[in-house]
Design a protein around this ligand. Structure first.
Ligand code: ATP
Length: 440
């Protein structure tokens, strides 16, 4: 199967899923814009995540915090001190690499003996240098020290600093969770692999506040639940999903235990979600830096403690890329490309086509559009041969094609075409809504 990133990038542009940012200006590196189909797909993924994490769990509530926050938050979180990537440059070919991409244990290594993966020369790599990944800006009219602010590099901190307000307002008892979907920004030095690593992206995070001592079991529970989300809810191929546990020297400064959920992308197994036991690191730091007591009061047991936090942190854009890669299928036998998207996720659920542009068929087709469009997104298409119209929608991932022909006017029946098998059934118009609804 030819689901290379190049093929997916080109399909995304052709069909309106994803465009490179600022295209008419020659592009803007590591930022992407989501087109009409891309935004539908992204919204569907986000909606399923939100439902799974809030509606289905009575003890998890939502939040939408600001992108800009008090700058002290980033001192407390450790991002000002420690949020950087060690980078290595090749003096020969000028390529730049993340040190941890070149070797599992970058510390204390003799870089002079390592070969540059790009030009193949040895002895030209610099020692790793640190780059802070946070975007800085200024609030107010003058750019002076004291007005600095940061674009948040993760949504998590917005949850931590609101945790007590949420807990009191909603009268929550541990364990409870707060979920948030929102933009995050990182000045990634090496951005590549399309929307896998970008400077502006969206996270879907849930922070679970638990009693210390119950953290190991709850991490295990969330790790399993989050894994199941990908095959069961999004319909990804389970053989392409796996866990990766962080070894001792991979653990972030705040983490006691950490797991990644990885997807097998065309460029290799890579993280789509992280599940971390952050202990009481964040709350104790915010308590220290804000001077505010953040302890939770456990009334029945009459004790106070700082909850531990189990974090599930998924990337919306990376998940979307996994969905696209998983769906891409070159149907060589029929000379077509099909996005075999789960009908639940498909941006358009059905295309409605009059066989020809005359004889009352367009009017009849419009009637069907009017029946279906209050329920889900459909498209009317009368442009080109019927085969071409279907193939366009196969690339867009549209699961159903409905064709109105002369017989429709006589007996109110149409043909319903299934995207993956191309099988066609003749059925009456009033059967369409229940059939399509059932599949999504
Ligand atoms: P990586 O090691 O790939 O940089 P990370 O371990 O820094 O990722 P986290 O800080 O755990 O990532 O962020 C949680 C999730 O946010 C990741 O699993 C990923 O899906 C998403 N994410 C992080 N950085 C980016 C980025 N630059 N572009 C797109 N998504 C990202």
């Amino acid at each position: 199967m030819n689901n290379t990133i190049e093929n997916i990038v080109s399909l995304c542009k052709r069909r309106g899923f994803v465009f490179q940012s600022s295209d008419i200006y020659g592009g803007f590196s590591a930022v992407y814009d989501y087109g009409p189909l891309g935004i539908e797909l992204k919204n569907s993924i986000a909606k399923l995540w939100w439902k799974e994490m809030t509606q289905v769990h009575e003890n998890i509530v939502g939040l939408d915090s600001g992108i800009l926050m008090h700058p002290k938050i980033w001192e407390a979180s450790g991002h000002i001190g420690a949020f950087h990537d060690p980078l290595v440059d090749c003096k020969q070919c000028k390529a730049r690499f993340r040190a941890d991409d070149l070797t599992e244990k970058p510390e204390g290594l003799n870089w002079q003996v390592i070969k540059c993966p790009k030009c193949g020369t040895t002895g030209n790599l610099t020692d790793p240098r640190q780059f802070n990944l946070m975007f800085k800006t200024h609030t107010g009219p003058v750019e002076e020290s004291g007005t600095e602010a940061y674009l948040r590099p993760e949504t998590a901190q917005g949850i931590y600093v609101n945790y007590q307000l949420v807990q009191v307002a909603m009268r929550l008892k541990v364990p409870f969770g707060i979920a948030q979907i929102g933009k995050a920004f990182r000045n990634e030095i090496i951005a590549r692999n399309f929307i896998f690593r970008t400077r502006e992206f969206e996270q879907m995070e849930m922070q679970y506040f638990v009693k210390p001592g119950t953290d190991d079991d709850l991490l295990k529970e969330w790790k399993e639940k989050r894994f199941q989300f990908y095959p069961n809810i999004l319909g990804l191929n389970e053989a392409k999903i796996r866990y990766h546990q962080h070894g001792k020297n991979e653990l972030a400064h705040y983490a006691k235990e950490a797991w990644d959920i990885e997807y097998k992308f065309p460029f290799g197994w890579s993280e789509i979600e992280g599940i971390h036991n952050r202990t009481d690191f964040d709350l104790s730091r915010h308590q220290e830096f804000s001077g505010k007591n953040l302890a939770y009061f456990d009334q029945p047991n009459n004790e106070r403690f700082l909850p531990f936090i189990i974090e599930t942190s998924a990337g919306l854009n990376r998940t979307l890329l996994a969905v696209l890669v998983d769906a891409y299928w070159e149907d060589k036998k029929n000379d077509r490309v099909v996005m075999r998207l789960n009908p639940r996720l498909a941006p358009v659920k059905a295309v409605i086509c009059p066989l020809v542009k005359k004889g009352g068929l367009p009017e009849k087709a419009r009637e069907i559009v009017d029946i279906l469009k209050p329920h889900f997104k459909v498209l009317y298409d009368q442009q080109g041969s019927i085969g071409k119209r279907y193939y366009r929608q196969d690339e867009a991932g549209t699961p159903f094609g409905i064709t109105v022909d002369h017989q429709t006017k006589e007996d109110n029946t149409v043909t319903l075409r299934h995207r993956d098998t191309q099988q066609q059934d003749r059925l009456s118009i009033d059967q369409l809504l229940p059939i399509i609804q059932k599949s999504i």
